[in-house]
Design a protein around this ligand. Structure first.
Ligand code: PMP
Length: 389
Protein backbone atom coordinates (compact mmCIF):
# COMPACT_ATOMS: atom_id res chain seq x y z
CA UNK A 1 0.00 0.00 0.00
CA UNK A 2 1.30 3.44 -0.91
CA UNK A 3 0.84 6.13 1.70
CA UNK A 4 -0.14 8.90 -0.71
CA UNK A 5 -0.56 11.46 2.05
CA UNK A 6 3.13 11.27 2.80
CA UNK A 7 3.78 12.36 -0.79
CA UNK A 8 1.37 15.26 -0.82
CA UNK A 9 2.45 18.83 -0.37
CA UNK A 10 1.71 19.97 3.20
CA UNK A 11 -0.27 23.04 2.18
CA UNK A 12 -2.42 21.07 -0.26
CA UNK A 13 -3.30 18.66 2.52
CA UNK A 14 -4.30 21.48 4.80
CA UNK A 15 -6.48 23.60 2.54
CA UNK A 16 -10.21 22.86 2.61
CA UNK A 17 -12.33 22.17 -0.48
CA UNK A 18 -14.59 25.08 -1.47
CA UNK A 19 -17.93 25.14 0.34
CA UNK A 20 -19.78 26.80 -2.55
CA UNK A 21 -20.29 23.75 -4.69
CA UNK A 22 -21.33 21.34 -1.94
CA UNK A 23 -25.04 22.16 -1.93
CA UNK A 24 -25.09 22.57 -5.69
CA UNK A 25 -23.63 19.07 -6.07
CA UNK A 26 -26.15 17.52 -3.66
CA UNK A 27 -28.97 19.45 -5.35
CA UNK A 28 -27.98 18.30 -8.82
CA UNK A 29 -28.72 14.71 -7.79
CA UNK A 30 -32.21 15.54 -6.50
CA UNK A 31 -35.43 16.12 -8.48
CA UNK A 32 -37.40 19.34 -8.66
CA UNK A 33 -34.70 21.44 -7.00
CA UNK A 34 -34.40 25.18 -7.51
CA UNK A 35 -30.79 26.17 -7.17
CA UNK A 36 -29.81 29.73 -6.32
CA UNK A 37 -26.37 28.57 -5.35
CA UNK A 38 -23.95 29.31 -8.18
CA UNK A 39 -22.58 32.70 -9.17
CA UNK A 40 -22.90 32.28 -12.89
CA UNK A 41 -24.90 34.43 -15.31
CA UNK A 42 -27.88 32.58 -16.81
CA UNK A 43 -27.32 34.47 -20.07
CA UNK A 44 -25.36 32.95 -22.92
CA UNK A 45 -22.40 34.97 -24.13
CA UNK A 46 -23.71 37.74 -26.47
CA UNK A 47 -24.18 36.47 -30.01
CA UNK A 48 -21.69 38.78 -31.75
CA UNK A 49 -19.03 37.69 -29.27
CA UNK A 50 -19.71 34.00 -29.92
CA UNK A 51 -19.67 34.72 -33.66
CA UNK A 52 -16.20 36.20 -33.41
CA UNK A 53 -14.96 33.05 -31.67
CA UNK A 54 -16.55 30.90 -34.38
CA UNK A 55 -15.19 33.08 -37.18
CA UNK A 56 -11.61 32.83 -35.96
CA UNK A 57 -11.94 29.07 -35.47
CA UNK A 58 -13.21 28.74 -39.02
CA UNK A 59 -10.18 30.67 -40.20
CA UNK A 60 -8.01 28.17 -38.38
CA UNK A 61 -6.61 30.70 -35.89
CA UNK A 62 -5.86 28.09 -33.31
CA UNK A 63 -2.30 28.81 -32.20
CA UNK A 64 -0.75 30.00 -28.96
CA UNK A 65 -0.93 33.71 -28.34
CA UNK A 66 2.02 35.69 -26.93
CA UNK A 67 2.52 34.92 -23.21
CA UNK A 68 0.95 38.19 -22.14
CA UNK A 69 -2.02 37.80 -24.51
CA UNK A 70 -2.67 39.22 -28.00
CA UNK A 71 -1.58 42.83 -28.39
CA UNK A 72 -4.99 43.74 -29.85
CA UNK A 73 -6.75 42.49 -26.74
CA UNK A 74 -4.27 44.19 -24.42
CA UNK A 75 -4.87 47.44 -26.28
CA UNK A 76 -8.62 47.06 -25.86
CA UNK A 77 -8.19 46.30 -22.16
CA UNK A 78 -6.13 49.47 -21.69
CA UNK A 79 -8.65 51.58 -23.64
CA UNK A 80 -11.42 50.14 -21.54
CA UNK A 81 -9.63 50.78 -18.23
CA UNK A 82 -9.13 54.38 -19.37
CA UNK A 83 -12.67 54.84 -20.66
CA UNK A 84 -14.55 53.20 -17.79
CA UNK A 85 -12.35 53.93 -14.80
CA UNK A 86 -9.95 56.68 -15.84
CA UNK A 87 -6.74 54.73 -15.25
CA UNK A 88 -3.99 54.61 -17.88
CA UNK A 89 -1.97 51.47 -18.63
CA UNK A 90 0.47 50.54 -21.36
CA UNK A 91 -0.60 47.52 -23.44
CA UNK A 92 3.01 46.50 -23.88
CA UNK A 93 4.06 46.22 -20.24
CA UNK A 94 1.19 46.71 -17.80
CA UNK A 95 -1.29 43.96 -18.77
CA UNK A 96 -1.39 40.20 -18.38
CA UNK A 97 -4.22 38.20 -19.96
CA UNK A 98 -5.02 35.18 -17.79
CA UNK A 99 -7.16 32.06 -17.53
CA UNK A 100 -10.05 33.78 -15.78
CA UNK A 101 -9.69 36.27 -12.98
CA UNK A 102 -8.85 33.17 -10.93
CA UNK A 103 -5.44 32.75 -12.52
CA UNK A 104 -4.68 36.45 -12.16
CA UNK A 105 -5.36 36.23 -8.41
CA UNK A 106 -3.08 33.21 -8.10
CA UNK A 107 -0.26 34.75 -10.15
CA UNK A 108 -0.43 37.94 -8.14
CA UNK A 109 -0.40 36.27 -4.73
CA UNK A 110 2.34 33.83 -5.72
CA UNK A 111 4.50 36.59 -7.18
CA UNK A 112 4.27 38.79 -4.12
CA UNK A 113 4.00 36.57 -1.08
CA UNK A 114 7.04 34.97 0.53
CA UNK A 115 6.80 32.53 3.46
CA UNK A 116 5.59 34.33 6.57
CA UNK A 117 4.27 37.45 4.81
CA UNK A 118 0.88 38.51 6.07
CA UNK A 119 -1.98 39.04 3.64
CA UNK A 120 -5.04 40.96 4.80
CA UNK A 121 -8.33 39.45 3.66
CA UNK A 122 -11.67 41.11 4.46
CA UNK A 123 -14.38 38.49 5.04
CA UNK A 124 -17.00 37.32 4.22
CA UNK A 125 -15.45 37.02 0.79
CA UNK A 126 -14.80 34.77 -2.17
CA UNK A 127 -13.28 31.46 -1.21
CA UNK A 128 -9.91 31.46 -2.98
CA UNK A 129 -7.91 34.20 -1.24
CA UNK A 130 -7.10 32.22 1.92
CA UNK A 131 -6.04 28.96 0.21
CA UNK A 132 -3.98 30.79 -2.43
CA UNK A 133 -2.17 32.65 0.34
CA UNK A 134 -1.58 29.40 2.21
CA UNK A 135 -0.22 27.75 -0.92
CA UNK A 136 2.33 30.58 -1.14
CA UNK A 137 3.14 29.90 2.56
CA UNK A 138 1.90 33.32 3.46
CA UNK A 139 -0.22 33.99 6.50
CA UNK A 140 -3.84 34.94 5.78
CA UNK A 141 -5.06 37.55 8.27
CA UNK A 142 -8.82 37.89 8.19
CA UNK A 143 -10.53 41.24 8.75
CA UNK A 144 -14.16 40.73 9.72
CA UNK A 145 -16.60 43.08 8.07
CA UNK A 146 -19.98 43.61 9.67
CA UNK A 147 -23.59 43.75 8.59
CA UNK A 148 -24.03 47.08 10.43
CA UNK A 149 -21.28 48.57 8.21
CA UNK A 150 -23.01 47.05 5.17
CA UNK A 151 -20.02 44.71 4.97
CA UNK A 152 -17.68 47.49 3.90
CA UNK A 153 -14.07 47.51 5.00
CA UNK A 154 -13.33 50.39 7.36
CA UNK A 155 -9.96 52.08 7.73
CA UNK A 156 -10.08 51.42 11.45
CA UNK A 157 -10.62 47.66 11.05
CA UNK A 158 -7.76 47.64 8.54
CA UNK A 159 -5.38 49.51 10.83
CA UNK A 160 -6.01 47.09 13.69
CA UNK A 161 -4.69 44.15 11.68
CA UNK A 162 -1.52 45.68 10.26
CA UNK A 163 1.80 44.38 11.63
CA UNK A 164 5.39 44.80 10.41
CA UNK A 165 4.84 41.58 8.41
CA UNK A 166 1.85 42.85 6.46
CA UNK A 167 2.56 43.04 2.76
CA UNK A 168 -0.65 42.84 0.81
CA UNK A 169 -4.29 43.88 1.22
CA UNK A 170 -6.93 42.11 -0.83
CA UNK A 171 -9.87 44.36 -1.69
CA UNK A 172 -12.78 42.18 -2.81
CA UNK A 173 -15.38 44.74 -3.95
CA UNK A 174 -18.08 44.62 -5.29
CA UNK A 175 -18.24 41.70 -2.93
CA UNK A 176 -19.11 38.07 -3.36
CA UNK A 177 -21.06 36.96 -1.22
CA UNK A 178 -22.48 40.10 0.41
CA UNK A 179 -23.09 42.39 -2.58
CA UNK A 180 -21.33 45.19 -0.70
CA UNK A 181 -19.84 48.07 -2.66
CA UNK A 182 -17.19 50.48 -1.39
CA UNK A 183 -17.92 54.16 -2.01
CA UNK A 184 -15.27 56.62 -3.05
CA UNK A 185 -14.92 58.03 0.46
CA UNK A 186 -14.54 54.52 1.95
CA UNK A 187 -11.78 53.78 -0.56
CA UNK A 188 -10.06 57.10 0.10
CA UNK A 189 -9.81 56.25 3.78
CA UNK A 190 -8.34 52.84 2.89
CA UNK A 191 -5.89 54.44 0.45
CA UNK A 192 -4.56 56.69 3.18
CA UNK A 193 -3.70 53.69 5.36
CA UNK A 194 -2.20 51.81 2.40
CA UNK A 195 0.10 54.74 1.68
CA UNK A 196 1.05 55.33 5.28
CA UNK A 197 1.82 51.67 5.97
CA UNK A 198 3.50 51.04 2.62
CA UNK A 199 1.23 48.17 1.49
CA UNK A 200 0.35 46.76 -1.90
CA UNK A 201 -3.24 46.08 -2.89
CA UNK A 202 -4.80 43.29 -4.92
CA UNK A 203 -8.15 44.70 -5.99
CA UNK A 204 -10.51 41.98 -7.25
CA UNK A 205 -12.92 44.00 -9.40
CA UNK A 206 -14.49 41.12 -11.28
CA UNK A 207 -17.98 42.51 -10.48
CA UNK A 208 -16.98 46.10 -11.23
CA UNK A 209 -19.50 46.41 -14.08
CA UNK A 210 -22.33 45.08 -11.94
CA UNK A 211 -23.33 47.90 -9.64
CA UNK A 212 -26.87 49.22 -9.19
CA UNK A 213 -28.80 52.29 -8.24
CA UNK A 214 -26.62 55.39 -8.13
CA UNK A 215 -23.49 53.42 -7.40
CA UNK A 216 -20.86 53.37 -10.07
CA UNK A 217 -17.80 51.28 -9.39
CA UNK A 218 -14.69 53.19 -8.39
CA UNK A 219 -11.51 51.41 -9.45
CA UNK A 220 -9.08 51.46 -6.53
CA UNK A 221 -6.16 52.24 -8.86
CA UNK A 222 -7.91 55.46 -9.94
CA UNK A 223 -7.39 57.06 -6.51
CA UNK A 224 -4.42 59.41 -6.20
CA UNK A 225 -1.21 57.47 -5.58
CA UNK A 226 -2.88 54.06 -5.78
CA UNK A 227 -2.14 53.06 -9.37
CA UNK A 228 1.46 52.39 -8.33
CA UNK A 229 0.39 50.21 -5.40
CA UNK A 230 -2.42 48.21 -6.95
CA UNK A 231 -2.86 45.16 -9.11
CA UNK A 232 -6.39 45.25 -10.51
CA UNK A 233 -7.92 41.90 -11.44
CA UNK A 234 -10.89 41.77 -13.73
CA UNK A 235 -12.28 39.41 -16.34
CA UNK A 236 -14.94 38.50 -18.83
CA UNK A 237 -16.86 35.84 -16.89
CA UNK A 238 -19.34 38.08 -15.16
CA UNK A 239 -19.49 41.23 -17.28
CA UNK A 240 -19.99 39.43 -20.60
CA UNK A 241 -21.43 36.13 -19.33
CA UNK A 242 -18.30 34.32 -20.50
CA UNK A 243 -17.58 31.97 -17.58
CA UNK A 244 -16.77 28.96 -19.73
CA UNK A 245 -14.34 30.81 -22.02
CA UNK A 246 -11.97 31.20 -19.04
CA UNK A 247 -10.53 34.62 -19.61
CA UNK A 248 -9.47 37.40 -17.27
CA UNK A 249 -6.68 39.90 -16.81
CA UNK A 250 -4.49 41.78 -14.40
CA UNK A 251 -3.26 45.35 -14.85
CA UNK A 252 -0.76 47.13 -12.69
CA UNK A 253 2.74 48.57 -12.43
CA UNK A 254 5.03 46.82 -14.94
CA UNK A 255 7.47 45.98 -12.13
CA UNK A 256 4.79 43.64 -10.76
CA UNK A 257 3.10 42.50 -13.99
CA UNK A 258 6.51 41.43 -15.34
CA UNK A 259 7.20 38.87 -12.58
CA UNK A 260 3.59 37.65 -12.78
CA UNK A 261 4.12 37.10 -16.51
CA UNK A 262 7.23 35.06 -15.79
CA UNK A 263 5.23 32.72 -13.59
CA UNK A 264 2.33 32.62 -16.06
CA UNK A 265 4.82 31.73 -18.81
CA UNK A 266 5.83 28.57 -16.98
CA UNK A 267 2.49 27.58 -15.46
CA UNK A 268 0.06 28.46 -18.26
CA UNK A 269 1.97 29.65 -21.36
CA UNK A 270 -0.89 31.71 -22.69
CA UNK A 271 -4.62 32.15 -22.14
CA UNK A 272 -7.06 30.44 -24.57
CA UNK A 273 -6.70 31.88 -28.07
CA UNK A 274 -10.33 31.69 -29.23
CA UNK A 275 -11.47 33.33 -26.02
CA UNK A 276 -9.06 36.20 -26.61
CA UNK A 277 -10.50 36.96 -30.05
CA UNK A 278 -14.02 36.82 -28.66
CA UNK A 279 -13.11 39.06 -25.71
CA UNK A 280 -11.58 41.66 -28.04
CA UNK A 281 -14.92 41.86 -29.83
CA UNK A 282 -16.74 42.08 -26.49
CA UNK A 283 -14.69 45.08 -25.36
CA UNK A 284 -15.06 46.79 -28.73
CA UNK A 285 -18.78 46.38 -29.23
CA UNK A 286 -20.26 45.01 -26.01
CA UNK A 287 -21.18 48.03 -23.86
CA UNK A 288 -24.84 47.51 -24.71
CA UNK A 289 -24.69 43.88 -23.62
CA UNK A 290 -23.35 44.84 -20.21
CA UNK A 291 -26.07 47.46 -19.86
CA UNK A 292 -28.82 44.99 -20.81
CA UNK A 293 -27.66 42.29 -18.41
CA UNK A 294 -27.19 44.79 -15.59
CA UNK A 295 -30.79 45.98 -16.00
CA UNK A 296 -32.02 42.42 -15.89
CA UNK A 297 -30.02 41.64 -12.75
CA UNK A 298 -31.27 44.83 -11.16
CA UNK A 299 -34.92 43.76 -11.63
CA UNK A 300 -34.15 40.41 -10.08
CA UNK A 301 -32.25 42.07 -7.25
CA UNK A 302 -35.22 44.22 -6.32
CA UNK A 303 -37.57 41.26 -6.50
CA UNK A 304 -35.44 39.10 -4.22
CA UNK A 305 -34.55 41.81 -1.68
CA UNK A 306 -38.23 42.75 -1.26
CA UNK A 307 -39.23 39.11 -1.08
CA UNK A 308 -36.64 38.14 1.53
CA UNK A 309 -37.38 41.13 3.75
CA UNK A 310 -41.10 40.35 3.52
CA UNK A 311 -40.74 36.69 4.54
CA UNK A 312 -38.55 37.41 7.57
CA UNK A 313 -35.06 36.90 6.18
CA UNK A 314 -33.84 40.48 6.44
CA UNK A 315 -31.05 41.67 4.19
CA UNK A 316 -29.48 45.04 3.56
CA UNK A 317 -29.72 46.18 -0.01
CA UNK A 318 -26.74 44.85 -1.99
CA UNK A 319 -25.42 47.41 -4.45
CA UNK A 320 -23.17 45.20 -6.54
CA UNK A 321 -22.45 41.70 -7.93
CA UNK A 322 -25.46 39.33 -8.07
CA UNK A 323 -25.84 38.04 -4.54
CA UNK A 324 -27.93 38.81 -1.49
CA UNK A 325 -26.80 37.87 1.99
CA UNK A 326 -29.81 37.65 4.31
CA UNK A 327 -29.52 37.13 8.05
CA UNK A 328 -30.88 33.97 9.64
CA UNK A 329 -31.11 35.57 13.10
CA UNK A 330 -34.90 35.25 13.26
CA UNK A 331 -34.82 31.55 12.38
CA UNK A 332 -32.48 30.62 15.24
CA UNK A 333 -30.61 28.26 12.90
CA UNK A 334 -26.99 28.09 11.91
CA UNK A 335 -26.32 28.48 8.22
CA UNK A 336 -25.44 24.83 7.45
CA UNK A 337 -28.60 23.54 9.15
CA UNK A 338 -30.73 26.15 7.39
CA UNK A 339 -29.33 25.19 3.98
CA UNK A 340 -29.65 21.48 4.62
CA UNK A 341 -33.24 21.71 5.82
CA UNK A 342 -34.27 24.15 3.09
CA UNK A 343 -32.89 21.75 0.51
CA UNK A 344 -34.44 18.62 2.02
CA UNK A 345 -37.81 20.14 2.89
CA UNK A 346 -38.41 22.63 0.08
CA UNK A 347 -35.82 21.70 -2.52
CA UNK A 348 -34.18 25.10 -2.71
CA UNK A 349 -30.37 25.21 -2.78
CA UNK A 350 -28.49 28.22 -1.36
CA UNK A 351 -24.99 28.47 0.14
CA UNK A 352 -24.18 28.74 3.89
CA UNK A 353 -22.55 32.06 4.77
CA UNK A 354 -19.91 30.11 6.68
CA UNK A 355 -18.45 28.96 3.34
CA UNK A 356 -17.12 32.54 2.99
CA UNK A 357 -15.37 32.75 6.34
CA UNK A 358 -16.34 32.24 9.99
CA UNK A 359 -17.96 35.68 10.16
CA UNK A 360 -20.38 34.61 7.41
CA UNK A 361 -22.04 32.31 9.96
CA UNK A 362 -25.66 33.32 10.55
CA UNK A 363 -26.18 34.32 6.92
CA UNK A 364 -26.77 32.57 3.61
CA UNK A 365 -25.71 33.58 0.13
CA UNK A 366 -28.41 33.60 -2.49
CA UNK A 367 -27.50 34.21 -6.14
CA UNK A 368 -30.06 36.08 -8.18
CA UNK A 369 -28.54 35.51 -11.59
CA UNK A 370 -31.50 33.26 -12.32
CA UNK A 371 -34.79 33.87 -14.14
CA UNK A 372 -37.63 35.83 -12.50
CA UNK A 373 -39.76 32.67 -12.66
CA UNK A 374 -37.09 30.67 -10.89
CA UNK A 375 -36.62 33.34 -8.21
CA UNK A 376 -40.36 33.77 -7.64
CA UNK A 377 -40.85 30.05 -7.10
CA UNK A 378 -37.81 29.87 -4.80
CA UNK A 379 -39.22 32.76 -2.72
CA UNK A 380 -42.59 30.98 -2.45
CA UNK A 381 -40.88 27.84 -1.17
CA UNK A 382 -38.66 29.78 1.24
CA UNK A 383 -41.68 31.60 2.64
CA UNK A 384 -43.44 28.29 3.28
CA UNK A 385 -40.29 27.00 4.99
CA UNK A 386 -39.81 30.07 7.20
CA UNK A 387 -43.49 30.11 8.19
CA UNK A 388 -43.28 26.51 9.35
CA UNK A 389 -40.35 27.18 11.68
N1 PMP B 1 -13.32 36.81 -7.97
C1 PMP B 1 -14.55 36.68 -7.48
C2 PMP B 1 -14.97 37.59 -6.38
C3 PMP B 1 -15.43 35.71 -7.97
O1 PMP B 1 -16.65 35.60 -7.46
C4 PMP B 1 -14.99 34.86 -9.02
C5 PMP B 1 -15.86 33.76 -9.58
N2 PMP B 1 -16.98 33.42 -8.91
C6 PMP B 1 -13.69 35.04 -9.51
C7 PMP B 1 -12.89 36.03 -8.97
C8 PMP B 1 -13.11 34.20 -10.61
O2 PMP B 1 -13.83 34.27 -11.78
P1 PMP B 1 -13.20 33.81 -13.19
O3 PMP B 1 -12.02 32.97 -12.92
O4 PMP B 1 -14.32 33.07 -13.86
O5 PMP B 1 -12.86 35.09 -13.89
Amino acid sequence: MIDYRSFLNREVQEIKPSGIRRFFDIASEMDNVISLSIGEPDFSTPYHVRQEGIRTLEQGKTWYSPNRGFMELREEICRWMGRRYGVEYSPKDDVLVTVGGSEALDMCIRSLVSPGDEVLIPEPSFVCYVPLTQMARGVPVVIETKAEDHFRLTAQALREKITPKTKLLILPYPNNPTGAVMRREDLEAIAQVVEEKNLLVLSDEIYGELTYGHQRHVCFASLPGMRERTIVVNGFSKMFAMTGWRLGFAVGPRELIGPMTKLHQYAIMSAPTTAQYAATEALRNGDGDIEYMREQYDMRRRLIVDGLNRIGLPCFEPEGAFYVFPSLAKTGMDSETFCERLLQEERVAVVPGSAFGDCGEGFVRISYCYSIKHITEALRRMERFVNRL
